[in-house]
Design a protein around this ligand. Structure first.
Ligand code: HEM
Length: 491
């Protein structure tokens, strides 16, 4: 390259950087943060192995509201209970947008609930909550389904006959079946190829999205499309999942009776037919496929991961496990299965589940948010469309809310009378307008699964309890517990 071309290239580069800097100024008064490099932003300050820890460390330096540059994108990071609550709850409408997440958006194209915005998000969320309630979410009818499913799980666990096994797959199949029965109308046999494929595809994508590859893909999607690596499987997995759901939708269409909907898909198909003449309707096949995908992903990965963390913690602290079993024996006995109505009489077990969720931080950064209008926040002006990261891990580890937050201690969720004492800083399901819509189902599942399992079995580690390492093996979209094996001893 001759010297004139080099000079022109350099000039263009300087002008681009100047343009990017100036165009981002003036639109608002963003909070300060680490100084960015052109194009790369603050990437060199963000450890690719653990973006959650890097962002948390930066909040210690720059405060509970700071700006970070992810490549050329400016993102405001919020940490600590007070700040996150002020944003998500006190300014709920302003912070209710969904931020950019290319690794999933490239697949959903804003068609489901979780990655859509505006009117489409509101309509699909309202419809989904209503339909899930009609199929028993948060009610007795879903409790019966969970109990049925957990008896299949107990039978599988029985088959392990006290031998070591990895619980990931068997737990995943079971929790996936609950949401499958609401969406598809019936549970799958544990060896059904469709169920096995769904679990494999969801697990693989959650793992990739929680790994450094997920981070890089979200930052430079077009570039990473050309680079070999496990992230290339993301779109293949998404496509296979979409095909599986589409096949089921076709089967439903062939036997649909609008007067007698069997499941979520039937209700959605009926709504599509009702709004067929409306060109602005948000109900069509693509929104059905992606909403179904959101429910499957949301209802499987988070629960399976929380249960695995619960197993690890109960093995590491056998005295906690013994106290939960003592409460089950005292309140429920052995003659019948634990039910949701027992929960009020089982504050210790409830406190343990709360503490597992606080401690495990299964979605440590929640999902990205976005401000839907120019928003004044803590003396700054955040321009409409700016993405927001809420560090839920810093809420759960906020020392102003939880004493010795790094310790696992279920007692923190009990008052002086040993009754359950919740905390507004308990936010595993996030808070505000985007709060997880499956919360009541998830809470029911966690309680019933853990009590049903611990009524029949004791969880035993293969080594010494104190050697169990609770550090996540991946920390990104999710905090994934390290893989482990255990033995289930019949009680
Ligand atoms: C332990 C279990 C679960 C945890 C920890 C969890 C956590 C979360 C979190 C942190 C969010 C992001 C909220 C935000 O953007 O502020 C979320 C969103 C969501 N969750 Fe869950 N979730 C769980 C179970 C479920 C279940 C069982 C379902 C399905 C019935 C579900 C469906 C969804 C959906 C559809 C969204 C997107 C909501 C929206 O964008 O409006 N989740 N969840």
């Amino acid at each position: 390259m001759d010297s004139i071309s080099t000079a022109i290239l350099l000039l263009l580069l300087v002008l681009t950087c100047l343009f990017l800097t100036l165009s981002s100024r003036g639109k608002g008064r963003l909070p300060p943060g680490p100084r960015p490099l052109p194009i790369l932003g603050n990437l060199l300050q963000l450890n690719s192995q653990n973006i959650v820890t890097s962002l948390t460390k930066l909040s210690k330096e720059y405060g509970s509201v700071y700006t970070v540059h992810l490549g050329t994108r400016q993102v405001v990071v919020l940490s600590g209970y007070q700040t996150v609550k002020e944003a998500l709850v006190d300014k709920g409408e302003e912070f209710s947008g969904r931020g950019s997440y290319p690794a999933i958006f490239n697949f959903t194209k804003g068609n489901g609930i979780a990655f859509s915005n505006g009117e489409r998000w509101k309509v699909l969320r309202k419809f989904s909550i209503q339909t899930l309630r009609n199929f028993g979410m948060g009610k007795r009818s879903i409790e019966e389904q969970i109990l049925d499913e957990s008896s299949f799980l107990l039978a599988e666990l029985q088959k392990t006959a006290g031998e070591p096994f990895d619980p990931k797959f068997v737990l995943g199949r079971s929790v996936c079946n609950i949401i499958c029965s609401v969406i598809f109308g019936s549970r799958f046999d544990y060896n059904d190829e469709r169920l096995l494929a769904i679990i494999h595809l969801l697990n693989d994508n959650f793992q990739i999205l929680s790994s450094p590859w997920g981070k890089w893909y979200n930052l430079f999607p077009s570039l990473l499309d050309w680079v070999p690596g496990p992230h290339r499987r993301l779109s293949q997995n998404f496509r296979r999942l979409k095909d599986l759901i589409a096949q089921s939708v076709r089967d439903h269409q062939a036997s649909l009776d609008p007067n007698s909907p069997r499941d979520f898909i039937d209700c959605f198909l009926t709504k599509i037919a009702q709004e067929k003449q409306d060109p602005l309707s948000h109900f069509h096949i693509d929104t059905l496929l992606m909403t179904t995908y959101n429910l499957l992903f949301g209802g499987t990965q988070t629960l399976g991961t929380t249960l695995r963390y619960a197993f690890l913690v109960l093995m590491k602290y056998p005295e906690v496990q013994a106290r939960v079993q003592e409460e089950i024996d005292r309140v429920v006995g052995r003659a019948r299965l634990p039910a949701v109505r027992d929960r009020v009489a089982m504050p210790y077990t409830d406190a343990v589940i709360h503490e597992v969720q606080r401690f495990a931080d299964v979605l440590p950064m929640s999902l990205p948010h976005r401000v839907t209008q120019d928003t004044t926040f803590r003396g700054f002006l955040i321009p409409k469309g700016t993405d927001i990261i809420t560090l839920l891990n810093t809420v759960h580890k906020d020392p102003t809310q939880f004493l010795n937050p790094q310790e696992f201690n279920p007692e923190r969720f009990l008052d002086a009378n040993q009754s359950l004492k919740t905390s507004p800083a308990f936010m595993p399901f996030s808070a505000g307008r985007r709060q997880c819509l499956g919360e009541s189902l998830a809470r029911m599942e966690l309680f019933l699964y853990l009590t049903n399992i611990l009524q029949s079995f004791s969880l035993q580690p293969l080594g010494a309890p104190e050697d169990i390492d609770l550090t996540p093996c991946f920390s990104g979209l999710g905090n994934l517990p390290p893989p482990f094996q255990l033995c289930m001893r019949a009680r």
